[in-house]
Each structure stands twice: as structure tokens, then as C-alpha cells.
Design a protein around this ligand. Structure first.
Ligand SMILES: Cc1ncc(COP(=O)(O)O)c(C=O)c1O
Length: 394
């Protein structure tokens, strides 16, 4: 069952580990606290489970494997529910507060008194699926219109899931970066507000809030784990997830923080290339990866500031590992719990199993029998058809 991982061609490069304090300046402790204090009041909030995989730990010769399973997050299928929806709510709150001349809380905005104002604030974003779903849900909760730009390869089922949340979905020819460009163009032309999960020069406040929302997941982990893990394997798209978790852990655990290993598809290695070049680097996506949420050609600037200091290692994994990793979760080794994990949520797991089973990588990443590995299963089933197809392949 683990043979594919033993022979997979993964690429590895060391993190820069630049000295600095981005972990507390890019997203501050109060950014994280504000996000947590807001999100935990939302109806349906519950910490997601932190599972253990003892049989896989035994087979990969480590002490423990913890798996934070984000599939149930607010019924949206992924950790992204924490970010876009929180930033969307904040944008609407700020705009309405400015309009009425005093501060209004997010919970008050849902009252009919502010419905007309909320209805005039249009939120827009580009997405591979999960972030757009979160923004659409957040906009609908507060009664604002939402337009989502998707690229040519985003599945029709993911597009429909966003329409079901009331968003207008616009398909753009080209890749993810083309959909980001279209969003920026149209937002500027029509005065709409972009709620993006990636940041660029001059656009940082909203992506910072998105990342502060992701911190809820890291906080739940810190509250559950008595001892920090030795390693955390985090899948990377633009880097927001990895950076938010790394920053939160460093704030909470200081020198006891785990090694941060960032794992990307070999078809979309913008963070890996950034580490190799010593600076944020754009890569051209030639072929779309099956790990749709990770198909990003350009790092988020904010995220890169943190990862340049906090990430110990960067890995890329081949497409051939997606099916085996999803199936390893769905039909686990005897003794482990079966987990429904989507194709963008298993990159960290695939990167870990590959590293643990290949002697050279194991040594480089300093995995030993005493290692306590944390994986973040960032996605459950977000496209049932793709998921079923993966399970049926063999
Ligand atoms: C399920 C899933 N995991 C991980 C990521 C990567 O997050 P980021 O783009 O912040 O690196 C995404 C991004 O959409 C995602 O959908």
C-alpha cells in the first residue's frame, strides 16, 4: 500500500530560516485573537477533530501522527471556511461603520436596519473553489452580493457549490493567475471590493484577516496537544495556510515550535522555487494539478515573509501520489480511522509518507523514531465526482 511513496520522485530544498520576527509582525497576536473571538460566536462553530493514525505511524517508523481533519468546517468542506468568510464579514462591517459614522459589530450587521447598506457592497474574488465558497458564504450571511471568478479548469461541481451559496460565478479563460487578474480589473472598473486570500504590493489588510481566520485551526491544535509536534507538514498554494499556522505556532510555542515542512505539487511549486531563489518567485503553471487548491503560480507576499523565516524544508510531490494518498485515508491501514480527504488536502500527508520512507529525505528532514508528526487535512470531499473517481481508480 505504501510502495508508491517509497519510489516517488519528490524534490527537496532547505528553508531559508532568515532571522526575523515576521511571525508576530505580519499577523499579530491580536489579529489572531480578534479572528478567534469572532469566529467562535458563529452558529455551527465547533473545533474540528484532531485524530491519530497509529498504524501509519508504525509503518512509517515515527512515534505519533496527528491529523487535523477540516472536512466538517462550517459545512463548507475545508479550512478555507475560516478565512474568506471572516475577511468578508470584516470588510462589510468596516464599510457600514464608515457609512453610519460609528463602529458596528459583525453580529449587528445582520439586523434588517443595515440590509440596504449591506446589499450595496459587492465582494469579489478569484478562486480554485474553496476560498470562493467561503467568501460566498460570508457575503450571504451578511446580505451582500458576491461575484466569484474561476479559471478554465475549475470543476463545474465546485462552481455550482458557489452558486448554491448565492454567488454569481464567472468563468475566465486561462489559469488561476488569469482569474486573479480579471478580478482586479473588474473590481477597479466597478468599485467592488476584492476579498482575496493572496496579497500583493499595496493589498495586505484583507489577506492578513484571511490568514488570521486560519489561525483558529492552529489555536484549536495548540489547545488539544499537550506537547508540540516535532514536525508539521503543510500543503502550499499561495502559502497563506502554511504561514498562518507557522506564525501561530511560533507565537504559542516559541522555541518548541515544530519543523515546518511546506509541500506543493511539482506542477505548481512557487514556494519551493522561492526558497531556491532566496526570494518570492513566480512560476508558470503549464499543466493544472489535480490538487486544484494548490495550483498557484505566485506566493502571497505576506505569507512569504513568514515562510522565509519559519519554514525548515520545502518539498514538491508528483501527481502520481494524489490517488494513493486519498485512498490511504479512505481505506486506511488496519487500526487507523477511515478519513474522507480531498485531493488538495492530502499533499502534506503524501509529502510526509514519502519523506519518512525514503532514507535520504528522512535524514534531511530529520525524521526519527521519536518524531511526532502533525498533518493538516485541509479538505474533505469538496467535489464528490472527483473524489469517487479517485477511489475507483486502482
Ligand atoms: C484544501 C486546501 N488546502 C490547502 C490550500 C492552500 O492554501 P494557501 O493557498 O493559503 O497556501 C488550499 C487553497 O485553496 C486549499 O483549498
Amino acid at each position: 500500500m505504501l510502495d508508491t511513496f517509497q519510489v516517488a520522485k519528490a524534490r527537496h530544498t532547505l528553508g531559508l530560516r532568515q532571522a526575523g520576527e515576521a511571525f508576530k509582525h505580519v499577523i499579530s497576536e491580536s489579529d489572531f485573537n480578534e479572528a478567534y473571538n469572532e469566529i467562535r460566536t458563529w452558529s455551527g462553530y465547533a473545533p474540528t477533530p484532531l485524530l491519530q493514525l497509529p498504524a501509519l505511524a508504525q509503518s512509517t517508523n515515527v512515534e505519533k501522527i496527528f491529523y487535523k481533519h477540516e472536512g466538517s468546517r462550517f459545512g463548507l468542506g475545508s479550512f478555507k471556511a475560516l478565512g474568506g468568510a471572516y475577511a468578508a464579514a470584516n470588510v462589510i462591517r468596516e464599510k457600514i461603520s464608515t457609512r453610519v459614522g460609528h463602529d458596528i459589530s459583525i453580529s449587528k450587521i445582520t439586523s434588517p436596519e443595515y440590509a440596504d447598506l449591506a446589499a450595496k457592497i459587492t465582494l469579489v474574488t478569484a478562486t480554485d473553489g474553496n476560498h470562493g465558497r467561503s467568501v460566498a458564504w460570508g457575503a450571504r450571511r451578511l446580505g451582500s452580493p458576491c461575484r466569484i471568478y474561476i479559471h478554465a479548469e475549475v470543476s463545474s461541481s465546485r462552481a455550482q457549490a458557489m452558486r448554491d451559496l448565492g454567488a454569481e460565478v464567472i468563468r475566465v479563460m486561462g489559469d488561476y493567475d488569469a482569474s486573479v487578474a480579471a478580478t482586479r480589473r473588474e473590481a477597479q472598473a466597478y468599485g467592488w471590493t476584492i476579498v482575496s486570500d493572496t496579497s500583493w504590493t499595496g493589498y495586505i489588510d484583507i489577506p492578513r484577516q484571511v490568514m488570521a481566520g486560519y489561525g483558529v485551526m492552529a489555536r484549536e491544535i495548540c489547545e488539544t496537544m499537550k506537547t508540540p509536534p516535532s514536525h508539521v507538514f503543510l500543503q502550499g498554494g499561495v502559502g497563506g495556510l502554511a504561514a498562518a499556522v507557522a506564525a501561530y505556532f511560533r507565537q504559542a510555542w516559541r522555541d518548541a515550535s515544530p519543523h515546518v515542512v511546506v509541500v506543493e505539487p511539482e506542477l505548481a511549486p512557487c514556494l519551493f522555487e522561492s526558497a531556491e531563489n532566496g526570494k518570492a518567485t513566480q512560476t508558470k503553471i503549464v499543466t493544472e494539478t489535480l490538487m486544484a487548491g494548490l495550483s498557484c503560480g505566485e506566493p502571497s507576499q505576506l505569507a512569504w515573509h513568514i515562510l522565509a523565516e519559519e519554514a525548515s524544508d520545502f518539498l514538491t510531490i508528483p501527481e502520481s501520489l494524489v490517488g494513493p494518498a486519498v485512498r490511504l485515508m479512505a481505506r486506511p491501514l488496519a487500526g487507523d480511522t477511515a478519513i474522507e480527504a480531498g485531493e488538495s488536502g492530502i499533499a502534506g500527508l503524501a509529502g510526509f509518507v514519502t519523506s519518512a520512507l525514503q532514507a535520504k529525505l528522512r535524514e534531511k528532514i530529520q525524521i526519527t523514531e521519536a518524531s511526532r508528526i502533525l498533518l493538516i487535512g485541509s479538505e474533505g470531499i469538496t467535489d464528490p465526482e472527483i473524489y469517487t473517481n479517485i477511489l475507483d481508480e486502482n
